[in-house]
Every structure is written in structure tokens, then in C-alpha cells.
Design a protein around this ligand. Structure first.
Ligand code: ADP
Length: 263
């Protein structure tokens, strides 16, 4: 079409075009690598439980083992975990693609964070802990994709509840001229220095045995990170084993889209 055939107006434009193409191909390469590693991780994560369930079921079918309800229950729970893994993998894939699809609006982050706290209050109450929301009592606006940001804050707050057995969770907002910071502090089990650098990696769980049947699949934080980065933001954690953790989500107040960067 017309745009493709438009004559180039001198060396500067050629240079700009080359830079843009370079950036695009680097982006494509990154996506390709990402998909490749995703497949590897997924295969690794699926093979062991599938093989073990298959051999147990075969042994029952062949009459080597008696049909045992407790065993069936274990297989059932493992299948539930694998189903959750699939759902979360899909979410992560969407989160990674979000760089191109965030649709931002001016959102009052105070209301958003307060709502998320309210959603998790029953889960916290069941564990005998409390979520406190430090209301700044002034609206703090940022340009974000509302649904995606709700997911980010939910992932962080639900982890705080999951990994805290006594004490409390404090969620608050720190507004600065350039960025809005949402923090979530807990008095939970904490994360040791040997694990801390890896908690945002996909499928990373500190206590692998604990989360095998009951806990998560190790994707919540990587989903949160991808979504925050889609907003040009960042997510950090400070933690001490046995005393608790604080997660901080920093979102620039003015969103610069990928399209703007390439233009
Ligand atoms: P999961 O589904 O296992 O919770 P996440 O990606 O959400 O996966 O978190 C990765 C790991 O980081 C968890 O398995 C847990 O060990 C650790 N973690 C996350 N949040 C907290 C927290 N608030 N306190 C202690 N450990 C945490």
C-alpha cells in the first residue's frame, strides 16, 4: 500500500527505520525464546505427575493393586492441580502479550486496592488474620488497565494471606508525582535470601513439597510481574525468613505504550 511505497526522505529516516526494524526483530526473537522455554517448562512440569498417575491407574486396572479410594482421591487432587496449572499458564501467556494490549484509563488506585483487600478479607478471617488498608484519604490516580491491575494486586494480597499464619497484612498506597506505589506487607513466613531472587520466575516455589497438592503452581508472581511490566512499571520484594515480606508495585503515573516507544 501507499505507506510501504512512500519514498524515504534521506539518511536519518533510513536510520530510524533500521532502528525500528531492529527493535521489532529483537522483540520477535524474545517472544520465540519465551515460547520455547515455556514449552520446556510445561513438559517438565507435566511429565512426572502424568507418568505416575498413569502407572497407578494401570496397576489398578490390571488388578495388581486393589482399587483404593484414597489413591483415587490423590489422583483427583493432582488432576485439579494440573488443571489449575493450565489455567495459570494461559493467564501468564496473556500477561506476556499484554505489552501490546493494555488499554489504560485513569483509575483511582485507592479504590482499586481497597476493593481487592475487601475481596480477600473472608479468606484472611478464616485464617484468623486481618487485612488492614492504610487509606491515604485522597484519591491517587494512575493510568492503568483496571482488570489487569486488579489481577496484580489480587495475586500479591492472596499470597500474603496464603503465606501468613499469624499477625496481619497491611496494604497501602504511596503516591509520588511520577509513580504510584502499592505495597503489601505481611508478618508471614518470609522468604530466605537463597530463594528471594527467584520468586518472580515462573513455576518457582520455595517449598515444593508443601505446594504439591494444596498450594499454588508457582505462576502468580510471574503473571503479576508481566502485567506490571506491561504498564512500564516494576515489582519488588523485601523479605526476611520468619518475619515477613513486603511487596511493592510501582506504576508510572503516565503510561507510555509500546507503540509510542516505536514511533
Ligand atoms: P504460588 O502459586 O506457589 O504461590 P507465586 O508465583 O505466587 O506461586 O509465588 C512463588 C513463591 O514465592 C511461592 O511458592 C512462595 O514460596 C513465595 N511467596 C510468594 N509470596 C509470598 C509471601 N507473601 N510470603 C512468603 N512467601 C511468598
Amino acid at each position: 500500500d501507499r505507506q510501504v511505497r512512500a519514498p524515504l526522505k534521506g539518511p536519518e529516516e533510513v536510520r530510524q527505520l533500521a532502528l525500528t526494524l531492529n527493535e521489532l526483530s529483537m522483540e520477535l526473537k524474545k517472544q520465540e525464546d519465551w515460547r520455547h522455554h515455556l514449552m520446556e517448562d510445561l513438559t517438565h512440569e507435566l511429565r512426572t505427575p502424568l507418568t505416575s498417575m498413569l502407572s497407578q491407574l494401570e496397576a489398578m486396572i490390571d488388578g495388581i493393586y486393589e482399587v483404593d479410594v484414597e489413591w483415587l482421591q490423590q489422583i483427583y487432587e493432582e488432576l485439579i492441580r494440573l488443571t489449575r496449572l493450565m489455567t495459570d499458564m494461559e493467564r501468564l501467556s496473556e500477561a506476556e502479550a499484554a505489552r501490546f494490549t493494555v488499554s489504560v484509563k485513569r483509575v483511582n488506585m485507592v479504590k482499586l486496592a481497597e476493593q481487592v483487600c475487601r475481596n480477600f478479607q473472608p479468606m484472611a478471617r478464616n485464617k484468623g488474620i486481618r487485612i488492614r488498608f492504610n487509606n491515604p484519604n485522597v484519591p491517587c490516580y494512575a493510568e492503568v488497565d483496571r482488570d489487569k491491575m486488579v489481577q496484580v494486586v489480587s495475586n500479591i494480597v492472596s499470597n500474603a494471606v496464603k503465606y501468613t499464619n499469624e499477625g496481619s497484612i497491611t496494604v497501602g498506597i504511596d503516591w509520588q508525582p511520577e509513580a504510584t506505589i502499592i505495597y503489601c506487607q505481611d508478618t508471614g513466613i518470609g522468604i530466605g535470601p537463597q530463594d528471594l531472587p527467584y520468586v518472580f520466575n515462573r513455576l518457582y516455589r520455595v517449598d515444593k513439597s508443601r505446594s504439591r497438592f494444596s498450594g499454588g503452581v508457582g505462576l502468580g508472581l510471574s503473571i503479576a510481574k508481566a502485567l506490571v511490566e506491561a504498564h512500564d512499571g516494576q515489582i519488588d520484594v523485601e523479605s526476611e525468613l520468619g518475619s515477613g515480606s513486603i511487596f511493592r508495585i510501582t506504576i508510572p503515573n503516565t503510561y507510555k505504550s509500546m507503540a509510542n516507544k516505536l514511533a
